[in-house]
Design a protein around this ligand. Structure first.
Ligand SMILES: [Zn+2]
Length: 278
């Protein structure tokens, strides 16, 4: 749920690297011939992504023994190979792959709980091979968030779409929709945090459903609770040094909240939950 800067590399760059890496002239020529159609598809992706309607692009369903032509005269397997071999393995492409992977040191799906380890296809290449090397479709993701390890799921309705860290509208990233409840049963012991979603009431039902989907898909509640459990012992010990709770809030809680890098960062959400309970 963290927005990250759009990639500086374009589809023209990644395609050029693949063309340069190809050794057979006939294959190079076929990629050159497909360029206009690849660019056209990239424009469509960007437009729908900014509207939050990428789900409208039809998935290509094919049997495991089939290898249909997807774009220009390029088959599905050839488009996937552009990514798997020419972008990820060949030296000319790998430099661009590493640039895309290194563009964020925080995984945007979980808001930096993990560091990116792979590029993840927002629309999985198994069903949307026309976007296999489109930089906007390649999200630097941590191991726990990597969607391709989860069976290449994709959204079939608007409300089922997880947030797109490059293209989705800014209110998803700038407004708070994750909250924490602090539950302390024994005043001598640190309590626990429960995280939940509560999107702003003026949001559309679709936007509310989308953040709930994102929260569940990446198991954010449980993963935020683990971070909060590691943090609370220290905070609890600090609290005991203050006789005045307002002073504790002012010096220990409010600065963390004010300095958080984005609205739904786990620590910000946790500290707001604590501030409202103490
Ligand atoms: Zn992650």
């Amino acid at each position: 749920m963290m927005q990250i800067s759009r990639p500086e590399l374009s589809i023209t760059d990644t395609l050029a690297a693949c063309i340069n890496g190809a050794s057979r002239d006939a294959y190079k020529q076929r990629l050159v011939m497909a360029e206009n159609e690849i660019l056209r598809q990239a424009e469509l992706y960007c437009r729908l992504g900014e509207q939050g309607t990428l789900y409208q692009i039809t998935a290509l369903l094919s049997g495991s023994s089939e290898d249909p032509v997807v774009l220009a005269d390029l088959k599905k397997s050839e488009l996937i190979r552009l990514y798997e071999y020419y972008l990820r393995k060949k030296k000319t492409g790998r430099e661009l792959y590493d640039t895309l992977l290194g563009s964020s040191d925080k995984c945007p799906f979980c808001g930096g709980l993990g560091r990116p380890r792979n590029l993840d296809h927002y629309l999985p290449k198994a069903f949307f091979s026309q976007f296999s090397i489109l930089p906007y479709n390649l999200i630097p993701a941590c191991r726990d968030c990597n969607m391709e390890g989860k069976g290449d799921a994709y959204a079939q309705t608007q409300e089922d779409q997880i947030l797109h860290p490059f293209l989705d509208r800014s209110h998803f990233f700038e407004q708070q929709w994750i909250f924490a409840r602090y539950i302390q049963e024994d005043s001598d012991q640190p309590g626990v945090f429960e995280f939940y979603t509560s999107p702003p009431s003026q949001w559309s039902d679709i936007d509310k459903a989308r953040v709930n989907k994102h929260f569940c898909e990446f198991d954010i509640g449980a993963r935020y609770s683990v971070k909060a459990a590691q943090e609370i012992s220290d905070v609890f010990a600090q609290r005991r040094l203050f006789s005045c709770v307002d002073e504790f809030k002012r010096t220990n809680l409010e600065p963390v909240i004010a300095n958080a890098s984005f609205a739904n960062y786990w620590k910000r959400v946790m500290y707001i939950g604590l501030l409202n309970t103490l």
